[in-house]
Design a protein around this ligand. Structure first.
Ligand code: ZN
Length: 139
């Protein structure tokens, strides 16, 4: 187990822009406010969602795109540094008109509407390659 104590210095509410990319909006906001680490939760609606699933055996992401309007029933993520860039690691549970859910690592999605609560931390978080999982995890 690796852990650290964090000081949550600032809190924000964001409304994402219709037509923008969900994850890019959060990354651009973090850059604007010079936030190097944060945790967020969000909800709203999207279309054209690209959801990734990490195959633990093959150690590869599998991508699936849903070209349909979806509700963002729940979204959680964090902001850290990956390869020198701010990265919003974003997971979401999306739902269809029937109420059926699909979920995973939300790589991209076009915002219809989005509301985000974000808590920023004083010290930055950096991701580095982690051999056992082949993922980029916090140091
Ligand atoms: Zn993920």
């Amino acid at each position: 187990m690796h852990y650290r104590e964090v000081d949550a210095s600032r809190e924000f509410l964001l409304r994402l822009e219709t037509g923008a990319d969900w994850r890019t909006e959060i990354e651009e906001f973090a850059a604007l406010e010079e936030i190097d680490a944060a945790w967020f939760q969000a909800m709203g609606a999207v279309r054209d969602a690209e959801v990734w699933f990490y195959d633990q055996e093959d150690k590869e992401y599998r991508s699936v795109t849903f070209d349909e309007p979806l509700e963002v029933a729940a979204c959680v993520g964090n902001v850290s540094y990956l390869d020198g860039e701010r990265f919003a690691h974003t997971h979401a549970v999306l739902s269809r008109p029937s109420g059926q859910a699909l979920a995973g690592h939300l790589n991209a999605a076009t915002v219809f509407a989005g509301e985000v609560y974000l808590r920023a931390f004083e010290d930055g978080l950096e991701r580095e390659h982690h051999e056992p999982t082949d993922l980029d995890l916090w140091l």
